[in-house]
Design a binder for this molecule. Sequence first.
Ligand code: GTP
Ligand code: MG
Length: 454
Amino acid sequence: MFPTDDTICAIASAAGQAQRGIVRISGPGAAQCLASLLVEPVNLEEITEPTVLTAQIQVEPFPPCSAKLYFWPDHRSYTRQPSVEVHMPGAAPLLQAALNHLCRQGGTGVRVAQPGEFTMRAFLAGRLDLTQAEAVLGVIDAVDQQELSVALSQLAGGLNRQLQALRDQMIGLLAQLEAGLDFVEEDIEFISPEQLRSQVREVHEQLVLILGQLQNRLVQTNHVRIILRGLPNAGKSSLLNALVGRDAAIVSDIAGTTRDYVTCHWRIGGIDCTFIDTAGVELNDALLSEIDRDAQGMTSRQSEISHVELLCIDGSRELDAWEADQLQIAPRGVRVVVCTKSDLPGFRPLAAADVVTSHTDEGVRGLREHLKVVLCQQATEGTVVQQTAARCFDSLETATQSVQRALELCDQQWVEELIAAELRTALNQLGLVVGAVYTDDILDRIFSTFCIGK
Ligand SMILES: Nc1nc2c(ncn2[C@@H]2O[C@H](COP(=O)(O)OP(=O)(O)OP(=O)(O)O)[C@@H](O)[C@H]2O)c(=O)[nH]1
Ligand SMILES: [Mg+2]
């Protein structure tokens, strides 16, 4: 990791022609660097407040020029170190000469900053968390208004506040659980089972929400994975074939036709998708062969890595208990409920479900349009900077799974220790996201993508 006790300087304005350019300095020697630029000496030691000066500066071999000098003499700067910003004429040779001048005459140990080093100092000094540091880059890289608003809101601490509140809640819960474990002999109850369950559920709901936001963000740049799920014979494979307009999967009236999963590429509304047709969900594990069990395992794994779920329900027969259950559970990502076989007598649609018959192209047209809207919505609904979404997805997923396990444990007795362990795992993962726990490797990966001067 880079040292933080020396003085760094860099050109902070973009390359190219501009009327003004900015040179940025941070570290204990910032005031000395500033003094070395001034034509007329100023007693900088007397300045104790963040101050703006207008003065003549000179860097060899150029004649003096006028500059605005922003001087933070103490910790009230971006990096929480003495800092200076020199706003001067934007000519590239002049800015480069200023940098050379500072490294040679700004005092001992002044050097050119590495990419992202100012923001890394801000992070290490506790001014920003890692998600905000990534938002700095998000602001710089934003290509449209939407991306800029997302990055600005993350920079202002949107995601940070959400995560911090969650961490506080989990730390509080953990403290109560651990106190209970310490005084287990005395039979003191620090938190009732009902309170515990309700708080763990709250944490879980929040995590699922944030995970959904990250997933949405990833959809924008990655291939979208759409999974078809449902009971055997629900019409999943038929629906896939009808949607893509070819026989991608085998269809038959024998329940259990699809065993391995089938993937099929498709492009809709300018977005690349992969459909994943899965083996119908089998509920009685005891009756399954080994191959069927493997197929069920694959369905679950595919489900975990998909962005959109098409939950297929055969509308020509009564709603099954598993289907009713699924409709009650909040989906991991986006879910579209589809009632199949609308051409059959006795078909009864579910409220708010798409109605299809896979026997005609017309029968799936509505669903195709709906999918297009859902995917386009996703592509514009990002609430998290792309880099953060990519870095934090795994951590947040692990945290969510741990809290989910903790929630399941809440229904059992004498498991406080196990619940505490799950919460600790989740906390640790959230710590990685905000940077409460970090490694040099993580910092390197994040800050090396910055440009110099930021
Ligand atoms: N009438 C009618 N029959 C359909 C429709 N969709 C599927 N079927 C029939 O339902 C049966 C099961 O269809 P599949 O598409 O193989 O069902 P699946 O959900 O993939 O089944 P598994 O792979 O076993 O899980 C077949 O006989 C299909 O012809 C539909 O829209 N209308
Ligand atoms: Mg099938």
